[in-house]
Design a protein around this ligand. Structure first.
Ligand code: PLP
Length: 380
């Protein structure tokens, strides 16, 4: 056996996080995470669970009783949504206009569902007419869409139109709100979304680990009436109901510190006010967009679909996207990210989320990006 590894104390670099997530955690959130543990069934923790659920309902703009943090990252909440709502033999309609529609399709197939697609190019939202046509053609049981596509910087408008189409065909709607919750307008009840999942590390500025999920009664009835158990025991919502519902019985050991963190992050949302928070993201990211355009750069998404929390910027001809990313990280401890999938090499992804959505970050980014571009021979 080898000797005990000589590993030093943890000293991560102090980065300015302006990528696609995680965003910078608010200091109050980090402080909450370092408070003492209690048991996951301790009466004090049960109260913390109730408060976290209440705060999640506020942030999702919903009265859904079934609103919980799922233990795990955004993909766990996504799989809890799709793996419970999609039953073997169900058909799920998924979008092709970004990276995360593809992940929805994989999860639906693993749940035993058949997958059909509604197409739109990467960088554009879904067109309601195409969704209607796909419903006519395939009659899907479940329709998934991505409200804020982190891979393309596109915000899906007309959500209520999409949900009306799905409901006119008796289908259930699953919305990916990972990059919108707490950052851009999202109204689960008013827009009649049946199921929405999210992640804490984007516009909520909380470390990953406990991920928001909400289901209305209609969706939960489908889940509870399933003929076959979902394929995942860990994410089976009928079992999780025992822990997060009235019973409060052991299912698994909740990530106590992550729930503390999420509660504090959501308290910050409530203190700021959800609508004010959406406005701050729009304003601060609006300054970022204007600054980028002044520099001669072009946004990937047209203004109508621009997603304030994730700004996709076209890489100018002759500029090496990776060299700019490395320069910002190495010289200035500033993180931005490259494009994903079909947009790899074509765009940078600049996040403006939660605690990172501050004017001082935007001013800093604009000044050092200009320098990084000049290094590559691009003149503003
Ligand atoms: N959906 C979207 C739109 C995302 O941006 C992400 C992560 O970036 C996910 C799902 C998956 O979340 P996670 O990486 O936290 O598992």
């Amino acid at each position: 056996m080898s000797d005990a590894p000589d590993v030093g104390e943890l000293t991560p670099p102090d980065r300015t996080l302006m990528g696609p997530g995680p965003s910078e955690a608010h200091p109050r959130v980090l402080k909450a995470m370092s408070t003492p543990l209690v048991g996951h069934l301790d009466p004090s923790f049960v109260e913390i669970m109730d408060e976290t659920q209440e705060l999640l309902r506020y942030t999702f703009r919903t009265d859904n009783q079934w609103t919980i943090p799922v233990s795990g990252t955004g993909s766990a909440a996504m799989e809890a949504a799709i793996g419970n709502v999609v039953e073997p033999g169900d058909t799920m309609l998924v979008p092709t206009n970004g990276y995360f529609g593809g992940r929805m399709a994989s999860m639906a197939r693993r749940a035993g569902g058949e997958v059909v697609e509604v197409s739109a190019p990467w960088g554009e939202p879904l067109n309601p007419a195409d969704v209607e046509a796909a419903f006519e053609q395939y009659q899907p049981d479940v329709f998934g869409f991505v409200h804020a596509e982190t891979s393309t910087g596109v915000l899906q408008p007309n959500v209520d139109e999409l949900t009306s189409i799905a409901h006119a065909h008796d289908a259930y709607v699953v919305a990916d709100t990972v990059t919108s919750l707490g950052g851009v307008e999202l109204r689960v009840d008013d827009w009649d979304v049946d199921v929405a999942y999210s992640g804490p590390q984007k516009c909520l500025s909380c470390p990953p680990g406990a991920s928001p999920l909400t289901l209305n009664d209609r969706a939960m009835d489908k889940v509870l009436d399933r003929e076959e158990d979902p394929r995942s025991w860990y994410l089976d919502l009928s079992l999780l109901e025992g822990y997060w519902g009235d019973e409060r019985a052991y299912h698994h050991t909740a990530p106590v510190s992550n729930v503390y963190a999420l509660r504090e992050a959501l308290r910050l949302v409530a203190e700021e006010g959800i609508e004010q928070r959406w406005a701050r993201h729009r304003d601060v990211a609006g300054d970022l967009k204007a600054g980028l355009q002044e520099m001669g750069l072009e946004m990937n998404a047209p203004d109508e679909y621009w997603l304030p929390s994730l700004n996709a910027v076209q890489v100018p001809d002759g500029v090496d996207d990776g060299a700019v990313i490395d320069y910002l990280l190495n010289e200035y401890d500033l993180e931005i990210a490259a494009g994903l999938g079909a947009l790899s090499g074509d765009i940078w992804r600049i996040g403006c989320m939660g605690h990172s959505a501050r004017s001082q970050n935007v001013e800093f980014l604009l000044s050092v990006l200009e320098e990084a571009l000049a290094e590559q021979g691009f003149e503003a």
